[in-house]
Design a protein around this ligand. Structure first.
Ligand code: PLP
Length: 438
């Protein structure tokens, strides 16, 4: 074993893991949609790392921008004006609807959500937040309190004031509806929740514009529009977490742009600079921005608007625009969806497939009729390990969680690469099904 591996096992605590069970791969190289381990084995990065490396590995423009900024001015504190910080805020506001005014910079997604929360509470003078069960908003204390997935209970009691709503999960509708009979109770019950909680106490509805790591649920037509109406009716802010869905993931700059809505606050991270250096953003509308003209903004981080992170983001946004990567994700949406549909046609253990842009999931079941998940929600991997094992052998890196296989490649992927990777994935699922069914 290499020194890197030994150092890791001796000294590094890894996220979300029982440490003694880990045997991490040592990664030494990345390029485009591929990365390599220390033995020279190549992997298709079908997860874009943590759904953040939208621009792919080692994009020369982004790497160069980091070097140039480090040479010029590596750091200056947030109280000063700095070229990259100002340019990036202007650029992001330029990508958003005209209602948007200013940006507060953070280091990642969780602290973008923390600060969005503080801003919403300060602006409205109200404290409760409606957030969904099947959601992930980050691992810090406020963000994990917003989060509904099972990574939250171990840190309870979390921040108070979060009221939970059910999800637009059409394949397993909480309200027992089928597509034909859908009357969007998933949106209507948010109205009821706000009424019962007392609208004068509810600051915001906080949601991923399209749920990510809890299963990728493109909502039913009209859902987000109805949620927006409900928020307006009760003078409640709509905050969209675009940490995973931003910067081309869904074939648009932002996930909310798939709907006819304008949120009041948008949080971003990940794809903003594809994770080359840490960065998060809270973008607020003009009204909220103006409120802080005469009111203290009680938010602060030593690295808010770090010049190197901002320079990387500007280069990354340049690359998305100049090289047409957002259009690429939009163009590949249909071929990608067709490949996912083909998996469903072919394999009886595939219960459902869902995608929007290059944001896709394969949901595995024991039985298509009963829809019983192949492995229980929040349970041990069980038979899903057959899939992970084959992915690993065949050089596919993708996030497998519960009975879901998430497929979220870098948005720079070519159609030929996508076809090749999907053929390997098809083969792996086929092999796994054979092994599972015997
Ligand atoms: N929000 C969403 C929707 C996410 O998917 C994530 C991370 O996966 C976060 C927030 C947290 O971001 P970070 O890990 O950068 O703190």
């Amino acid at each position: 074993m290499s020194e890197t591996y030994d150092n890791d096992r001796s000294y590094v605590l890894h996220s979300w893991s029982v440490q003694g069970k880990l045997s991490p791969k040592v990664i030494t190289k990345g390029e485009g949609v591929f990365f390599w381990d220390e033995n020279g084995k190549r992997y298709y990065d079908m997860g874009a790392q943590l759904v953040n490396l939208n621009i792919g590995h080692q994009h020369p423009k982004v790497v160069q921008a980091i070097k140039d900024q480090a040479d010029k001015l590596a750091y200056v504190a947030p109280q000063f004006a700095e070229e990259m910080r100002g340019k990036l805020a202007k650029r992001i506001i330029g990508l958003l609807p005209e209602e948007f005014g200013k940006c507060f910079f953070t280091l990642a997604g969780a602290d973008a959500n923390e600060n969005a929360l503080k801003i919403a509470r300060a602006y409205t003078g109200k404290s409760k937040i409606v957030a969904r069960y099947r959601s992930y908003h980050g691992a810090t204390y406020g963000a994990i309190a917003l989060t509904g997935d099972p990574r939250r209970p171990p840190v309870e009691p979390a921040m108070p004031g979060v009221v939970r709503a059910f999800d637009p999960y059409c394949y397993r509708c909480t309200f027992g509806q089928k597509q034909e009979s859908c009357n969007m109770e998933c949106a209507e019950h948010i109205r009821e929740i706000i009424q019962f909680e007392n609208p004068d106490t509810v600051a915001a509805v906080f949601m991923e514009s399209i749920t990510g790591s809890n299963g990728i649920f493109p909502p039913p037509k009209g859902y987000m529009e109805r949620v927006r109406e409900i928020c307006d009716e009760f003078n409640v802010l709509l905050i969209c977490d675009e940490v995973m869905t931003g910067f081309g993931r869904t074939g648009k700059w932002f996930g909310f742009q798939n709907f006819d809505i304008v949120p009041d606050i948008i949080t971003m991270a990940k794809g903003v600079n594809s994770g080359y250096v840490p960065l998060g953003v809270v973008a607020v509308n003009e009204k909220i921005a103006k409120f802080f003209d005469d009111t203290m903004l009680y938010c602060g981080l030593t690295y808010s608007g770090h010049p190197v992170s901002c320079a990387a983001a500007l280069a990354c946004i340049d690359a998305y625009e100049e090289e047409g990567h957002i259009d690429n994700a939009a163009a590949l949406a249909a071929p990608f969806a067709a490949k996912l549909d083909a998996l469903k046609e072919k394999y009886e253990l595939v219960g459902d497939v869902r995608s929007i842009g290059l944001f896709g999931v394969v949901e595995m079941v024991k039985d298509r009729e009963t829809r019983e998940p192949l492995t229980p929600w929040n349970g041990a991997p069980g038979p899903m390990a057959e899939i992970s094992k084959r992915f690993d052998e065949k050089g596919i890196s993708a996030f497998v969680r519960w009975n879901y296989i998430f497929l979220t490649p870098p948005v720079i992927i070519s159609e030929a690469e996508l076809n090749e990777a999907m053929a390997i994935i098809d083969d792996c699922i086929g092999g796994a099904q054979k092994a599972i069914l015997g």
